[in-house]
Design a protein around this ligand. Structure first.
Ligand code: UDP
Length: 236
């Protein structure tokens, strides 16, 4: 498959057209951003780590019945993906309270939630990705109907069940994560974007150490070392 012109550049990836209309190439970047991209950083090799971690996790999810846009890994930092019509909703699933949930609602940091909480955020940089409910999503025409929103929630919960148990066996607590979905050619909802320490929070089960983008957000250092450790536990 031949890589053609740049279609879109996001904060963590560049998306390129290919000579086949059904496929795109995602190139993972070494740049790191946080807090609405007001904080910027660079970590050489981070793109390759996220590409490999995402590839492994997409394969794991596919094996467990979750449809994804993943086709294959092409190089250290490139992935062949199916073209999808992206849904402008960030689906966040939480097992433990931290981050914006703690700030917004005062739920104590580190509190185990009684069930997996699914939230929708409107993917819109100008509006700073606000939290929305189902009715907002329908009024904004982000989803076709209530059934499509239910499908996003179902997939989010299912992905959580699969990943939580996978990481638990590797002594990592899956605290929370964000996923994005698109519609394939047939209109079927498929998991897209990436699943990596940029979009998930992982805490070491024994030490509580943070092994994700919070190391960058909170200036904890050793960002790349943490991402390497997550990859090591995935492939071991
Ligand atoms: N997240 C993400 N992209 C975003 C916002 C959040 O990948 O634009 C992920 C984040 O890494 C965490 C989860 O979604 O795993 C919940 O993030 P939260 O709402 O607590 O936001 P934050 O505290 O990072 O602002």
């Amino acid at each position: 498959m031949e890589k053609k012109e740049l279609l879109y550049e996001g904060k963590g990836k560049k998306i390129f057209l290919t000579d086949n209309d059904n496929f795109l190439i995602a190139e993972f970047k070494d740049e790191l951003t946080a807090f609405d991209a007001t904080k910027k950083g660079f970590e050489k090799g981070k793109g390759a780590l996220n590409c490999q971690i995402s590839s492994e996790l997409f394969e794991l999810l596919e094996k467990n019945g979750i449809p994804t846009h993943f086709v294959k890994k092409l190089s250290d930092n490139e992935m062949l993906i199916k073209k999808a019509d992206m849904i402008a909703i960030e689906v966040v699933v939480r097992n433990i309270a931290t981050g914006s949930l703690t700030k917004r609602l005062g739920i104590p940091e580190g509190k185990k939630l009684p069930f997996a909480l699914v939230e929708f955020y409107y993917k819109n940089d100008e509006l700073h990705d606000p939290l929305i409910n189902d009715e907002h999503a329908l009024i904004l025409e982000l989803a076709k109907d209530e059934a499509e929103l239910e499908e996003l929630k179902r997939l989010g919960r299912e992905i959580n069940v699969i990943l939580k148990s996978f990481f638990d066996k590797r002594d990592l607590i899956l605290v929370d994560f964000k996923v994005e979905f698109g519609r394939d050619k047939e209109g079927k909802i498929i998991l897209a974007d990436e699943i990596s320490p940029d979009s998930c929070r992982f805490w070491d089960k024994k030490t509580g150490e943070k092994l994700d983008k919070d190391r960058f957000r909170q200036d904890l250092g050793n960002v790349k070392v943490a991402y390497e450790e997550v990859l090591r536990r995935i492939v071991e």
